[in-house]
Ligand binder design. Sequence first.
Ligand SMILES: [Zn+2]
Length: 368
Amino acid sequence: MNRLALVILAATLLALFQPAAAQESRLGLFDTLKLKNFHPESRLQVPAHTVLRARYPVIDAHSHNYLEGEDIQRWVKMMKESNVRKVVLLSGGYGEQLEKMIEDYLGKYPEHFQVWARIDDRDIDSRDYPKRAAESVRRAFEMGARGLGEYKDMGWGWGGDKENGIKGVNIDDPRWDLALETAGELGMPVSIHVGDMEDCYYPLTAGSELGTSGAAWNVFGKKGILPRAKILATRNHALAKHPNTTFIGCHVGNMSHDLNELGRLLDIYPNFYVDISARAWDLGRQPFTARRFFIRYQDRILFGTDLGPSEQMYRGWFRLLETEDEFFRVPNAAWWMNYGLNLPDEVLRKVYYLNATRLFHDMDSGAW
Ligand SMILES: [Zn+2]
């Protein structure tokens, strides 16, 4: 190859690679920055609203006993300032655990909390278990519990052993039929966390949409886990088997990524409701679809947080539901930004408290 051709070739190659090299050198920090250390600060100038108090009284249908002792009083003060009238604690358990929670919360703050129990799941394989399970529900009601849950089943069943892939109880297990019928008879709704975020059931790759915030929950390929579709089928089976029992699907029924499909299920099962807890990040990235969904199913959606109590947490939720703010971070956000749903007043009322007062015991909202 003659000298001229060589020079031309070298020049061409240089021209080809120079931008990439220049670009790469200009990447500098961003060439090596880890995703978990990337915290972009928005330069966007748009209206931003801090909602100190919810526009209407709020019932938080999904919480847990996050605080103890004197701190509960601090929680009650925060609730009063934020217009949160009542909080449902979904981890009362049964026996002594339930007794203690009822004493700690209802003993001192009966106006502000409600405690939900769990079906006694000891000796579940004994012949008399179904009857004992139903009795444990009745006993819990007599002790002061007003619902059941939260039953978490990501695919191993309730009480299953993840590490060793040992299966627990799915919500449609016949051993729980009598107990769930009893709950229906007593007007005790059942809170069920079946499945989890869609992305958790896919292999963890650079394409995993939840990135770092989802990695911890990823269950793809784990030993003994049911496929996601099968887990959700156990829920649908329970909904069909117990039409007189109210079921509340936690976390937008773990279907916040597909509100259309969720709507189809709500149309089929009138005893199925959802709480919106721990999914602000998913609802707030689809403001138009979510807003239409809230309006269409305004009688079936319950406010819930599933987050430790703080002013910031409550205000973040109120901002998401009440404003049309753009490009902001919601409580427990994923890496992407969110948008307000600007819900109509009537929908807000129902989501905030009217649906819960219709479904739950002891919610005398008359004075609110
Ligand atoms: Zn929860």
